[in-house]
Unconditional design. Structure first.
Length: 612
């Protein structure tokens, strides 16, 4: 592939901001120059040293030459397009702090290339987090740095609909023949690096660190889309090629003679090596090509394609190995990594990160929000909590009940008397802090631990008003204390038992009422209990019944006046403006809901026909 053809495959990145870790030399340097030549502002994230500053200066110098040879003749400020950002990946705490410092400088981030890495280091000294240096830099440090920037990337992608996270991986992950051994990765070896066996063990640890990067990409991409509902951040990894000419892995093993190492590297570079320029193209493609977004490329592993003469021809995705697709190992690594991040950074620091979409939420402290909810009558609608994108990706998204209706004079209703637990009951804590994460909550408590707001009634009406406002439910079919079979799938755990009717939360009754309503709409038949032939016969029957009835005109197609009848008339007395406005808003909300349902139905039908 010609150089001009490759550059043409990369989109115009003018106005975008990118970070390339380890971008001061080797493949990272070429990646930074490529992205900057397409118009992006590139931050080279690395340790502050003389070699790093020399790499930044070289990148600016080469970018100047590219600008002078550009067809448009424009000369840009290279110091503004190639910038330096200090980053130490050996410590999760330092990597997290570096991410927070970057967010003070920039208000957007479009591209993150996790390119930095180390190889063949010894186990004589562990990282500050207590792990092998290769595992710490190649996986843990990048994880902390990426999580610290996640809210910024997601917020930018919400505007541009295109965010990129690229991990520079290696085919060496395929050499990891066994699962990750976390005990070995966290146990120091005093005299490591003295024998040839130590060299082989070092390569095994390097392969393990690259396998961890594969797991991280797969699990992170899945959680980002499912837990955060962020679908426009494309997370992928790649094998750059045989870039033997870089300094990766040199000077760490005492058993290797430096002169012999240089000779062997030179011979391999001539025989099978690829240039750093060609080795950078695959990750540049994943970071800047339009096809990544158009084809919806998520959680894939790409490799370059070289000709017999080792010239770059393109790149393509590869299938993961069976060990690379092990979901159980992925989850185990994720839990260990999250726990390491908690210890290094602190859970309060993680929760303090801004949300993915700050304009959608009102930032309010936990105590004030609990106090506010205790003065609000619960309505039958749900809003998303201001949980951060980082917390959603690390843990799970949550939702709470809330309302905008505030009564004038609240009065709390008395709670029901507690039922004495029977044999086999599942016990719940009676008093749990709303800020305590990861603790089982009572069934009537929202999933995030915030106590359910009490139901208020107007003064003077007391129990009669409460009884009138209460929703009548059919009595449950199970007597309190009865064992609910089919719900306990864990051995040696107490059986789940039925509760008193008043102990079930309102949202559960709402689900049951909704299921009953759907059953009535289906002619009193539980469609889920029918087989394929019966379901098809039932659908034909219901379609014929619907065709025989007159068409029901949707609300949004009707002519509805949302203004009060006497709005433009002569105002003779006092008018309740708030009540009139509330009535108009209620009508508008019903019309909007009807239009949305019709639009969603049309989209579902269109998608079904498109899939035929």
């Amino acid at each position: 592939m010609k150089e001009e053809d490759f550059l043409a495959s990369i989109a115009d990145l003018t106005g975008r901001v990118a970070i390339v870790t380890g971008g001061a030399n080797g493949i990272g340097l070429e990646t930074a120059i490529y992205l900057a030549s397409k118009g992006a502002t590139v931050y080279i994230a690395s340790r502050s040293s003389e070699s790093t500053q020399a790499g930044v200066a070289e990148a600016r110098k080469r970018l100047t030459l590219l600008d002078k040879n550009a067809l448009d003749g424009n000369i840009y400020d290279e110091e503004q397009r190639i910038r330096f950002h200090e980053l130490d990946l050996s410590s999760m705490q330092d990597a997290w702090k570096s991410a927070q410092e970057f967010k003070k400088t920039e208000k957007r981030l479009d591209i993150l290339v996790c390119n930095a890495g180390v190889s063949m280091t010894t186990m004589q000294k562990l990282s500050p987090d207590g792990f092998d240096t290769m595992f710490a830099v190649n996986h843990l440090g990048h994880f902390a740095f990426m999580m610290g920037l996640l809210d910024l990337i997601a917020r930018t992608a919400e505007t541009t609909q295109d965010g990129r996270i690229v991990f520079t991986n290696s085919n060496a992950y395929k050499k990891a023949a066994t699962k990750l051994d976390y005990d070995k990765l966290s146990t120091p070896i005093p005299n490591d690096g003295q024998t040839l066996k130590d060299i082989a063990d070092a390569f095994t640890r390097y392969a393990a660190s690259k396998l961890a990067a594969v797991y991280s990409v797969l699990e992170f991409s899945t959680r980002l889309r499912q837990n955060c509902n962020v679908n426009h951040v494309y997370v992928n990894s790649c094998h750059p090629g045989n870039a033997i000419g870089t300094t990766l892995g040199t000077g760490h093993q005492a058993a290797v003679n430096p002169t012999a190492e240089r000779m062997i590297r030179s011979a391999l570079d001539v025989a099978i090596g690829n240039s750093t320029l060609d080795s950078a193209k695959t990750q540049v493609y994943l970071a800047g090509s339009k096809l990544v977004k158009e084809q919806g490329t998520h959680a894939q592993f790409w490799s370059p394609i070289f000709s017999v003469l080792r010239s770059y021809k393109g790149c393509a995705p590869e299938e993961y190995t069976a060990l690379g697709k092990d979901e159980k190992e992925r989850e185990t690594l994720w839990n260990i990594t999250v726990e390491a991040l908690r210890k290094a950074v602190g859970e309060e620091e993680i929760d303090s990160v801004e949300t993915c979409n700050p304009s959608s939420f009102t930032m309010i402290c936990q105590r004030c929000r609990t106090h506010l909810l205790s003065r609000i009558q619960v309505q039958h609608h749900t809003i998303r909590t201001p949980s951060s994108c980082v917390s959603s990706a690390l843990f799970k998204t949550q939702s709470r009940c809330a309302s905008t209706d505030t009564p004038n004079t609240p009065a709390m209703s008395s709670p029901p008397a507690p039922r004495q637990p029977g044999a086999g009951d599942v016990s719940f804590p009676s008093a749990i802090s709303s800020a305590t994460p990861g603790v089982s909550q009572p069934l009537s408590t929202p999933t995030d631990g915030v106590p359910q707001p009490p139901k208020w009634v107007n003064p003077g009406k007391a129990g009669a008003a409460a009884e009138a406002a209460a929703v009548a439910h059919e009595p449950s079919s199970l007597v309190a204390g009865s064992v609910m079979k089919g719900l306990n799938y864990i051995k040696n755990k107490p059986e789940v038992v039925a509760l008193e009717d008043h102990e079930y939360p309102d949202w559960l009754w709402g689900l049951l009422d909704g299921a009953s309503k759907k059953s009535n709409e289906s002619g009193g038949v539980d469609v889920s209990s029918l087989n394929k032939k019966q379901r098809k016969r039932h659908e034909k029957k219901m379609a014929a019944l619907a065709a025989s009835q007159p068409r029901k005109i949707p609300l949004h197609e009707q002519s509805t006046d949302i203004t009060p009848a006497d709005y433009n008339a002569q105002q003779g007395g006092a008018q309740d403006i708030i009540a009139q406005a509330a009535a108009g808003l209620d009508k508008t909300e019903k019309i909007t809901k009807s239009a949305r349902e019709a639009r969603r139905k049309g989209i579902r039908e269109s998608n079904f026909l498109r899939g035929l």
